[in-house]
Design a binder for this molecule. Structure first.
Ligand code: FAD
Length: 430
């Protein structure tokens, strides 16, 4: 059997795996990407229901690795303000990019459909001379040798003929999502807990325009986010004059199932009321997806010849829209470390070459997990004393400029310890 050898083999061609491959594109490392599903290459006029609020740091990365030009202007929606409030209370906080003096940025982030980002990254990776994509291929086995890992794949060619393939690789990267196959094969233990929430996601039309603002309401029943969508998704778009948002509604699993199953009129009525009628009457315009929410944290992000990134390493509550952003920074940090160690003539799959990446990204992930847990606990329940304290806290932060600036910088992902590719815009690759 023909055996192909690579420096880096990435299992999973989702957002994070493809971002790593793109960050290594045109380097002198050889890279394989293994993706089990054939990516959806058609762009529908309707928005896909899975979207991500990408931070400024993630956008910097996508520009620097050359993927951003493939994201059409009418398929992403920058947002310049955020508004968060608690139901039936005076507690509220508002952020506006224009109040930030220390940055030229006009927006806090941008909302993009996951499929659109994946398609853009896929095109970037396809154009890279040092990257080979195996698709649709699944991993069958992996064995760690002293100097390399051995991987066998099964898949199909263009004529749907069954194929097997063997690879060797100095490093195998698990970017294979929350139920990571590689994490299990490498026997890396997982810390996890159920958030006790399922997220209902859908595209919604509202009476009033969203004014480029992301909104989120906390109530004892759950957390409801309205993320602004571009209002014209294609030139032939029939929805071009409508006001569109994507919702992420996190609530108890039974309530989520009920909301998925109820008829549209009932859903619209409950959604409009839950959102305090802020944007007028809301109408669902897409199927309703439901996603169980679990915190996962891999006890090690690296082992000899193995590294985990993205959801394979950690998953968090979507209340702050940070999962993909964290994953993108994992990809940028790992690429930076691998290129550096390779330049120094080191073996990039050696555990000692991967340790710094692990310390760097574990501490970031841990902070996010703790922050999300704090937020979720703070807003859980309707104890009146707790409610009063958090409402006073929200109003206090809203009024103190330096505290607000720190929050805004975090929302934009512009923290101190960013990988170089996410820091600023170096160049727009063609
Ligand atoms: C409701 C909800 C809302 C969210 N909102 C936001 C948000 O606003 N902002 C944000 O930053 N994040 C958000 N997230 C999180 C974000 O969606 C994820 O963190 C991100 O998509 C993870 O990307 P990934 O590439 O790590 O994993 P995945 O997207 O799961 O990709 C893994 C890939 O690996 C492939 N694969 C798996 N196993 C194998 C195998 N054995 N062989 C070959 N291929 C394999 C899969 O086919 C898939 O393509 C949200 C999550 C949820 C649930």
């Amino acid at each position: 059997m023909n055996i192909q050898s690579f420096d880096v083999t990435i299992i999973g061609g989702g957002l994070v795996g493809l971002a790593l491959a793109s960050a290594l594109a045109d380097s002198d490392l050889t890279v394989a990407v293994i993706e089990g599903k054939t990516p959806n290459v058609t762009i529908t006029p309707e928005h896909y229901i899975r979207v991500s609020a990408l931070s400024q740091a993630s956008k910097n990365l996508l520009i620097n690795i050359g993927a951003w030009p493939y994201i059409s202007n009418n398929r992403h929606q920058p947002y310049s303000a955020m508004s968060v409030w608690e139901k039936d209370s005076f507690g509220k906080i508002a952020f506006d990019a224009s109040t930030l003096k220390s940055t030229e940025e006009q927006s806090l982030g941008t909302i993009v459909e996951n499929n659109i980002v994946q398609q853009a990254l896929w095109k970037t990776v396809e154009a890279a001379s040092n990257v080979t994509i195996f698709n649709p291929f699944h991993c069958q086995s992996v064995a760690m040798g002293e100097r390399e890992a051995w991987i066998t794949l099964v898949g199909a060619n263009d004529d749907n003929k069954h194929l097997t393939q063997s690879l060797t690789s100095k490093l195998v990267v698990g970017a294979d999502g929350a139920n990571s196959w590689l994490r299990r094969q490498a026997d890396i233990q997982l810390t996890s807990w159920d958030y006790g929430h399922n997220a209902v996601v859908a595209t919604i039309e509202t009476d009033m325009p969203h004014d480029n603002t992301a909104r989120q309401i906390f109530s004892p029943e759950g957390i409801l986010a309205f993320l602004p969508l571009s209002e014209s998704s294609s030139s032939s778009d029939t929805q071009s004059s409508s006001h569109l948002c994507s919702i992420v509604w996190s609530l108890a699993p039974d309530d989520a199932q009920e909301l998925q199953a109820c008829d549209e009129l009932e859903f619209n009525r409950r959604l409009t009321a839950a959102f305090d009628n802020r944007l007028g009457y809301c109408q669902v315009k897409s199927p309703r997806g439901v996603f169980p929410l679990t915190m996962r944290y891999a006890q090690s992000f690296v082992k000899q010849r193995v590294a985990l990134i993205g959801d394979a390493a950690h998953t968090i509550h979507p209340l702050a829209g940070l999962g993909a952003n964290l994953g993108f920074l994992d990809a940028a940090a790992l690429a930076q470390e691998l290129l550096e160690k390779h330049k120094q003539g080191k073996d990039i799959g050696e555990l000692s070459s991967l340790r710094y990446f692990e310390r760097w990204r574990k501490s970031e992930a841990m902070q996010m997990i703790a922050t999300m847990e704090g937020f979720k606990q703070l807003f859980a329940g309707s104890n009146p004393v707790k409610k009063l304290i958090r409402d006073i806290g929200l109003v206090a932060v809203d009024k103190v400029k330096p505290a607000k600036e720190v929050f805004i910088k975090h929302a934009m992902g512009l923290t101190d310890d960013l990988p170089d590719l996410a820091k600023k815009i170096y160049k727009e690759r063609s």
